[in-house]
Unconditional design. Sequence first.
Lengths: 271, 338
Amino acid sequence: MNLGLIQRALREMAPVTLLCAALLSAISGLLAYALPQVQARFAQRSFIPPGLQQLRNVMLGVDSSTGGIADIAFSIGWSHPVVLILLCTQAIFVCTRVPAGEIERGTIDILMGLPVSRWQLFLSETVAWLISGLFVLAAIYLGSFVGAMFINPEYRPSWGKLAMVLVNLGFVYALVSTLGLLAGTISDRRGRAVLFVLVIAVGSLLLNYLQLIWDPAKHVSFLSFLHYYRPIGMLQRGEWPWRDLAILGSVTLCAWTAAGVMLSKRPLTTL
Amino acid sequence: MRGGNRLKGSLPRIQPIISPNHSHRHGYPLSGLMGVIETNNLTYRYGPRRGVDAVSLNIREGSLYGFLGPNGAGKTTTIRVLLGFLHAREGTAKILGLDCWSQSAQIKRDVGYVPGDLRLWPWLDGRAAVKMVASVRDLNLDRKARELADLFELDLGVKVRRMSKGMRQKLGLILAMAHEPKLLILDEPSSGLDPLMQDRLLDELRSVARQGRTVFFSSHTLSEVERLCERLAIIRHGKIVFDGELAALRARAGHEITLRWKSGSPDTLSHALPAGVRIVSRDGPDILLHASANVVGLLPWLSTLPIDDLALGRPDLESLFREFYQDQPATTAQGSAT
């Protein structure tokens, strides 16, 4: 690792990370404030229109006909497409910078002219990414916490269980990020690297929603990384999703290692 | 015809035969003992496309070494292999005795590099760029960077995105030189600099060499290298076609003999030329000859010719350099120093 490189990376990541963190915080705060109250109204009526129930299931990726107000509301909030898309956007932006972004911008020559090994560069980028990732994940949690301060206390979730969801979401974020790292080390063009990860991320989102309304999609739903992210189960039962975490973690580790090996061996020059 | 226009007027462009000893004109020793850059049969291919082919160089400590070649000849590829950006599968490349691929990070502690097409991070200003490089190198570069900024008249407070190409080039030079490296690798460093700044850069590089440090200077214009370097290599189509001292290149150039005939055109001259002499161009009574033979031995023959005027000199190196670029098959010509 190299402190100078970490500082340089953080500086480059800062605008997008701060913007995404602010948006994520605001949106998750808004959802934490609004969704429990909407959910409570439905609960009072003891009736949810079938279309809306279906939509809710699609949002959660599981059948949610039973469950507490807070559990369902916060599950929807934490798997809301806008939240996931913003999180993936930050991950993709941050992780496709080196080397694809540097090659495309033409700064790779000056970067590689510095006395750092390729693994030092990769580890420094990884540390900067982890710091920025923790920041945006914390922003989501903080947003939810602040939003929940303005609602009826009985609609608030268990903060410990929500921390479990945060960890699971962190694993999803790590997977998308390391796919970005891998794509960024394979490609000389950042656009191509972004497109590659974007296709996987959007594909996963769609597959996760499709599998509840279209049977053939169920057979391949395991390919979606959201298949391994089920907030409702954690909020209802308070159990760690070890299997999901292991699968997400293993794929993340493989992608990260492959990215590092690729970076250590490939030509690194301006086009 | 090459050189045809030179003969008009009073034979202006022929250089004097007696010239200062180029090798020592900057006041530093020709070379030290240690090989700072050593490559042996270095070969790199971009897939099926040639990059460099069997490049062997030995550049000694304290030298100002020019690396010349036309665009696409392999200069930048050689530099990229030397800096560990590319991994050559054939041959070896060492800097300061260390392997250019596996020990690249260690090497670059003692190397300053200015890329040919210099791009910097647009959100940095000069000071932040110096600070960033200092932080990566774990050195304090403020004082030297300020000195260099004064020398190149660069305001370090300007953001890179607002800098002209020349300003960016100056900043690149500052970043490469501020840690006072043992080896400077400069890929066409004067591009974008005005003539005054080019002079200052060359003076600074001479000063660097006087301190026993080494400068590897890539360019596609001979005049620039001629002003600075005592040794040079010429690369063409990925192969080294000349490697030696500038004096050896001059000697290789032979002599130009410019004659002004007394009257008429010397139609019969071509039949009476001694061995090693050829006609380069004719322009009315003026005729330009090239002699690869000893010019002193030609004086008796010259004295028999009906001429009004005679000038002897070296051809300018640029024309020789063009021959290397255009005509010569890519086989290595060794200068006297190798």
